[in-house]
Design a protein around this ligand. Structure first.
Ligand code: ARG
Length: 457
């Protein structure tokens, strides 16, 4: 492609070192779409006749067909997907092909292709997120009454509905989807027409080309347009954070599957056995999800590190943006799919969760609130209940087994109705504030999510 200036061929080692077609071939569809739109721009600018433009389009669509049917041979000597397609086109249709690269550089071409690729990937990941959210909502609906201890510091805190715990992840995932939507909005800008770095003396109707490609806007600074990879950094962050949410969900599931917790059972289809210990049933999907999140974070770090020292504008370093990008997109896609399937096969062991939640100490805060409702300042109430907890532990009698007189010896504000707060059901029903886990609130949250996640929404 640059034979004019050079008298020696590229060394084999340099070719192998610098080729990217082994991974950027995945941009072929976006590259072809971009080239077809660019050809229309060139026709409008009077560079191509309509016959030439039509020949280019036909040739490119043939190439696409061959790629999709495994009949196209990518050559690493042609470096990247862009040069493979262009040189094949020229070999196929002759001189018109050689005009396609007018007023274009691989620098604006690759930036355009990757943005198009990211838009498609975001749409797919958003659908994957919705599927997982639905699987979580369905898991809630399979056990609407199951209660679990809510934990802080992994120490039992207060009772909640199991559905409340799962819906927390539905919330996280909806922020992930909205972050992706934000990123998509910002990256929906077309770099094509920026040339190598300073546009071209041949004036292309860029808004026309952008509308052909479905871009909402065209970039306004050609130097920025060819060197900007902010959108990849943003997308890799969005993906990494979504992965972190899945990793935290996985950690919960791994704990819940232990004999010690025993809160849930995963289906045989989503667990694996041990080659040595016949009794084992391991939550490998959750563990791998937790593990793969490391890659997602690593890919984000790779890209940020890649960008930090680059002078303006395009530098070949930027070719290194693609492998982390593709890897993160692929990894999150398969992870979301498999986690959704695992959640669909997850059953709650309600007797175990109920037993864990029957620990009377989980209602200590409710007793403190009882005193507050009887005009005791909260700090004082906290201390009274703290002493009662110590007393109950030393007596080896739960809150329900202490007498009214014993309660009154800690605070005269206690009356016989204190025993009403000692039920998990009462404790849950009392939590009526917005965002709190009363059964009524949870039912309306489930209705809200059902509607928001329905395919028609
Ligand atoms: N394969 C290259 C990349 O992904 C395309 C742009 C090459 N541009 C150049 N001036 N060498 O970054």
């Amino acid at each position: 492609m640059w034979k004019g200036r050079f008298s020696q061929p590229t060394s084999q080692l340099v070719q192998a070192f610098g080729e990217s077609v082994s991974f950027d071939w995945r941009l072929y569809a976006q590259d072809i779409r971009g080239s077809i739109a660019h050809a229309k721009g060139l026709e409008k600018a009077g560079i191509l006749t309509s016959g030439e433009r039509a020949a280019i389009e036909k040739g490119l669509l043939e190439i696409q067909h061959e790629i999709e049917h495994g009949d196209f041979e990518f050559q690493s000597s042609l470096e990247d997907v862009h040069m493979n397609i262009e040189s094949n086109l020229t070999a196929r249709i002759g001189p018109a092909g050689a005009k396609l690269h007018t007023a274009r550089s691989r620098n604006d071409q690759v930036a355009t292709d990757v943005r198009l690729y990211c838009k498609d990937a975001i749409d797919r990941l958003t659908t994957d997120i919705t599927h997982l959210q639905r699987a979580l909502v369905e898991a809630c609906e399979r056990c609407p009454d199951a209660v679990v201890p809510g934990y802080t510091h992994l120490q039992r805190g207060q009772p909640v509905l199991f559905a409340h715990h799962l819906l927390a992840y539905v919330e996280m995932l909806s922020r992930d989807a909205s972050r992706l939507a934000d990123t998509r909005k910002r990256l929906d800008v077309m770099p094509l027409g920026s040339g190598a770095l300073a546009g071209s003396t041949i004036i292309i109707d860029r808004p026309f080309v952008a509308s052909e490609l479905g871009f909402a806007a065209v970039s306004q600074n050609s130097m920025d347009a060819v060197s900007d990879r902010d959108f990849i950094a943003e997308l890799l962050f969005d993906i990494a954070l979504c992965g972190i949410h899945l990793s935290r969900l996985s950690e919960d599931i791994i704990l819940w599957c232990t004999a010690e917790f025993g809160f849930v059972t995963l289906s045989d289809a989503h667990t694996t056995g041990s080659s040595l210990m016949p009794q084992k049933k391991n939550p490998d999907v959750a563990e791998l999800t937790r593990g793969k999140t490391g890659r997602l974070v690593g890919n984000l770090m790779s890209l940020l590190t890649l960008l930090k020292g680059l002078p303006m504008t395009y530098n070949r370093d930027l070719q290194e943006d693609k492998e982390p990008l593709f890897d993160s997109i692929d990894t999150l896609h398969t992870t979301l799919e498999v986690v959704a399937e695992m959640i669909s096969g997850m059953d709650v062991n309600a007797p175990r969760t109920a037993a864990a939640t029957s620990d009377p100490l989980l209602l200590a805060t409710d007793l403190a609130d009882y005193l507050v409702k009887h005009a005791v300042p909260f700090r004082q109430a906290h201390e009274v209940i703290g002493k009662l907890v110590a007393f109950s532990l030393s007596e080896k009698r739960g809150f329900a087994q202490l007498t009214l007189e014993e309660y009154q010896s800690f605070s005269p504000a206690f009356e016989a109705d204190l025993f009403d707060c000692l039920s998990v059901q009462t404790a849950l029903e009392a939590r009526q504030g917005i965002g709190a886990p009363s059964p009524k609130n949870i039912a309306s949250q489930l209705t809200r999510w059902r509607a928001a996640l329905s395919p028609q929404a």
